[in-house]
Design a protein around this ligand. Structure first.
Ligand code: SAM
Length: 549
């Protein structure tokens, strides 16, 4: 459980509170860990409860008893809320909307709201890694990842399973473990920025640019305690480490002295603190074979499957960078067909290209383009590059720019209310372009990594009102919950939506909170306790039987 330290001026009061925080599609990955702690590790195989092949690592000198899966009731109820008040209010309006309260009951709605606020600050229960199904079989992928976890999981000891998911064919799941490492008095205190803290909670080391404060006496090799500047009040380079509300995220070993980090001409990149005793442990995924593995959050992988692609189709990914979903789509299409990936930022387009070449994919064409302007106004001359003629694509993915209020963990949320509200108008413009570019009978998939109804259900209601030719259709696979009431959608529509809501009801009957500790191979948790994500799948009418493919 994390420890919270208050502003040093008010004394170093310790309150035991846990808290915590990837947009994006690409999950933040842990970095290389080099503290073996003497574990002897052997690998074995078995079956999970669905009879699937399971590959896991056993530590023979196991410290598994010290490990806990996330989210026991105690963990959750002790959490302190670190999201800014305006963010809480923004979400309260959705989760406690009178229709939502009426549909779920006041208690459930309130618990769900509280659970989402808390869960957004914790890392998800599992790290999800997609493997390149064009290059490896499921068994080969599990074996490769199992060996990797075996090598890079020693820091935690214990048994770290690598699990297949029964309904998502091309992913492997590795549980995130809570170590319950305690804060030790007397250790030098290093304060890091929120983004850095978020990454540490997903298994990363502390990189130099993330370090805000370190004591004058800190030397390379010192054991240090690492805190996150959740108050945003710590100036870079300060020696006084506790300069505002900070949150303990684990202990580590400094690789550099304070002078090396902060002096002019000091070190500006690389690892500053190796996290040897992180509060949450996830093995490193950094050195995985890049052509085979791609860390990606589970709902984001699901989006590729729900889009229902097959070889030979013409597919548009309107907001594609860094290319997590584009590369998945290309893989599902056997690296054939026409896959157009647009993004309005040139540097980000380069990232799509890098990821495509890393995964050896040749079918993706990238363009730097504002997708709201991607429709040809007059008769179209060129093909295969923007602007495109209307109704040119069989499939359109609109993974919209959004507030990312579903990223986890999210220790602080810097966006103002105005910024939060700025996404909806852009999403509508992009939706209008998507509808124009989709051919009748084709599929449009709209997704966000936000839990805010204004970016999700209300956008769907607007799209259905504005484009009578659009119709919601069922999603396959459908693993998430249904849409949140309150946006004017009828229950039938809500059931067709897929919402991954960190505060949603679990099979335990308690919103987002398990009353019993879970085994690290409980796959239900991978669905109920993932990032916040939303998917709406549309088709466009009129559909003649010939136009359905
Ligand atoms: C949610 S991210 C996309 C993540 C990506 N689909 C993936 O799976 O890796 C949204 C992207 O939309 C891009 N974007 C924002 N406005 C855009 C616009 N008007 N046209 C095209 N791309 C845009 C941003 O640069 C950002 O890369």
């Amino acid at each position: 459980m994390a420890t919270w330290l208050t502003n040093s001026k008010r004394g170093r009061a310790n309150f035991t509170r846990a808290s915590t925080r990837a947009k994006n599609d690409v999950a933040t990955t842990g970095s290389h860990r080099s503290d073996p702690r003497g574990s002897r590790i052997a690998k074995s195989r078995g079956s999970d409860r669905h009879g699937r092949d399971v590959c896991w690592a056993h530590s023979l000198s196991s410290s598994v008893k010290e490990l806990h899966t996330l989210q026991t009731m105690e963990d959750i109820t002790d959490l302190e809320q670190h999201l800014p008040r305006h963010v809480e209010d923004y979400l309260r309006a959705d989760y406690l909307h009178p229709e939502a309260v009426q549909a779920q009951g006041a208690d459930v709605a309130e618990r769900r709201f509280r659970a989402v606020l808390r869960r957004l600050q914790l890392p998800p229960s599992f790290t999800c890694v997609r493997y390149n199904s064009l290059h490896v079989s499921p068994a080969e992928a599990a074996s490769l990842l199992g060996s990797h976890v075996q090598q890079h999981g020693q820091v935690c000891g214990g048994e770290i399973p690598v699990l297949h998911h029964p309904q998502v064919p091309d992913i492997l799941l590795v549980p995130v473990l809570e170590t319950r490492v305690q804060q030790e008095h007397g250790l030098p205190q290093v304060v890091v920025a929120v983004e850095c803290g978020n990454a540490v909670l997903r298994g990363a080391h502390v990189y130099v640019p993330g370090i805000l404060a370190a004591p004058k006496t800190m030397r390379a090799g010192d054991r240090v305690a690492v805190f996150v500047d959740i108050g945003g009040q710590c100036r870079r380079g300060t020696v006084k480490p506790l300069c505002g509300p900070v949150l303990f995220v684990g202990n580590g070993v400094a690789r550099l002295s304070r002078a090396q980090i902060f002096l002019k001409d000091g070190v500006t990149s690389g690892i500053g603190v190796s996290m040897t005793e992180p509060l949450y442990f996830s093995p490193s995924f950094e050195n995985l074979p890049p052509s085979i593995f791609f860390p990606q959050n589970l709902p984001c992988v699901l989006a590729g499957h729900v889009l229902d692609v097959r070889p030979g189709l013409r597919v548009l990914d309107m907001c594609a960078a860094p290319g997590g979903k584009t590369t998945h789509i290309a893989t599902l299409m056997g690296d054939t067909g026409e896959i157009i990936a647009l993004d309005k930022t040139a540097a980000k387009v380069q990232k799509i290209q890098n990821n495509a070449s890393r995964l050896n994919l040749k079918s993706i064409q990238t363009f730097c383009c504002d997708s709201t302007q991607a429709i040809a106004s007059g008769p179209h001359t060129g093909k295969g590059h923007p602007p495109f003629p209307e109704e040119y694509f069989d499939r359109v993915l609109l993974d919209a720019p959004c507030s990312a209020l579903g990223k986890r963990p999210c220790l602080g949320f810097p966006a103002s209310l105005r910024q939060l509200q700025s996404y909806a108008p852009l999403q509508r413009k992009l939706l209008a372009a998507a509808v124009a570019l989709l051919r009748p009978g084709g599929v449009l998939l709209y997704t966000t990594c936000s839990v805010a109804s204004a970016e999700n259900e209300r956008q769907v209601a607007w799209a259905l009102r504005t484009f009578p030719q659009l119709h919601l259709v069922a999603q396959e696979p459908h693993l998430g919950g249904q849409g949140l009431p309150g946006a004017g959608l009828d229950p039938q529509h809500l059931r067709l939506l897929q919402r991954f809501d960190p505060g949603s009801e679990t099979e335990d009957g308690v919103c987002g909170v398990s009353t019993t500790p879970r085994a690290p191979h409980n796959l239900d948790r991978a669905i109920t306790d993932t990032i916040g994500f939303f998917m709406a799948k549309f088709t466009k009418l009129p559909i003649s039987p010939q136009s359905l493919i």
